[in-house]
Design a protein. Structure first.
Length: 367
């Protein structure tokens, strides 16, 4: 494939990422009683307005109460309680109110691919003098929203996600932070700010093409019901249809916590007595689980059943007969993201805000 800088839009297989216009919880949109201000966005200026004093008076009252008259302190305290304002613990470090901390939120801390990307990103940013901290959202809208809402008080220098943000309310909050935002692991046309990713839709298409070339005609998909799993399924469905392949089963799960999920998926297929030539698994954890369950059930891979995974785990090449995968260079994704963030944080202009990574087929013994 060509480098993304040489490609026009026509050459891209973009991901049609879900955008959820209004999925906020009641508390997220609620205002504080007696105030028109959302609690999570309260600033020192908001407190000053409600207390009818200057922002510098609020700052003095919070840091050195004895320097402010009692009546003003009382009004300021009431305003603080009304707005839910909290002092930014990093504001005193820099006049800009920004810290040197770059926050990253991983969808799953157990993912080898996410870990490789985050480690590579950390190496780039730490050499430039930034502190790289990682949290986890666990593919949860609720945890993602809580993390994003906390950013107003933390004032990080930049934020990175191992994924793209689907909730419109969260996208709006992130844009309002006015800091570099890095999304990854998908290829939508409308990133919030910057993005290093690949087409999950194309990954599904490549899986179908590979299975077709290997002679498989009746296939199944095993993967997550939503997010990137749904995008890979969409691409797989598309190419199966155009190639005349039968997509006989779709086994969808809400979360992937370990190999047991893959084992359970293959067991359900076997119990349904659906005759298949091959399975495309939306991630390597599920694929490896299927491979192990096939061995336990006496199913020969690939003679009786072909299995293709996505992600390129180190163990994929080690477990006989070797798991065929479609994947990316996760470390390169992390390095690219780190370089783009470092450039922006150094005051440089990043002309190419969207970088597309090549997908690689690692053909081993499982198909």
């Amino acid at each position: 494939m060509e480098n993304d800088s040489e490609l026009g839009d026509a050459a891209f297989v973009y991901d049609d990422v879900v955008r959820i216009p209004d999925a906020r919880s009641p508390n997220q949109s609620a205002t504080v009683e007696g105030s028109e201000l959302p609690a999570q966005r309260a600033s020192l200026a908001d407190v000053a307005r409600l207390a009818d004093v200057s922002p510098i008076t609020v700052s003095r009252a919070l840091r050195n109460p004895e320097s402010v008259r009692a009546d003003k302190r009382h009004r300021i305290q009431q305003a603080v309680e009304q707005t839910g304002y909290s002092i930014n613990p990093y504001a005193s470090a820099l006049k800009s109110g920004r810290s040197n901390i770059v926050l990253a939120f991983a969808s799953n801390m157990l993912s080898e691919q996410f870990s490789l990307a985050l480690q590579a990103c950390a190496e780039v940013l730490e050499k430039a003098g930034f502190l790289f901290l990682v949290g986890q959202t666990s593919y949860s809208y609720e945890r993602e929203t809580a993390a994003i809402r906390s950013l107003h008080a933390m004032k990080p220098a930049a934020v990175m996600f191992t994924g793209v943000i689907e909730l419109q309310a969260n996208r709006d909050i992130l844009r309002g932070l006015d800091i570099p935002i890095m999304e990854t692991w998908a290829l939508p046309k409308d990133p919030i700010d910057m993005l290093v990713g690949f087409s999950n839709t194309e990954a599904g298409q490549l899986a179908a093409e590979l299975l077709f070339k290997k002679g498989h005609r009746k296939v199944a998909y095993v993967g997550r019901r939503s997010g990137r799993g749904a995008l890979r399924l969409h691409g797989f469905r598309q190419r199966c249809a155009t190639l005349g392949m039968e997509l006989a089963r779709e086994v969808l799960v809400d979360e992937v916590t370990g190999l047991s999920n893959g084992r359970a998926c293959l067991s359900s297929i076997v119990e349904s007595q659906t005759k298949l030539d091959a399975i495309f698994c939306g991630n390597d954890v599920l694929a490896l689980g299927c491979l192990m369950e096939a061995r336990r059930l006496g199913i020969s891979v690939p003679r009786d059943l072909g299995i293709v995974g996505f992600g390129e785990s180190d163990i994929a090449a080690e477990i006989p007969p070797g798991l065929t995968t479609i994947g990316i260079d996760s470390a390169k994704l992390g390095r690219d993201a780190g370089e783009m963030l470092t450039a922006r944080l150094s005051g440089e202009t990043v002309e190419q805000k969207l970088r597309r990574l090549d997908l690689v087929v690692n053909d081993r013994g499982s198909v």
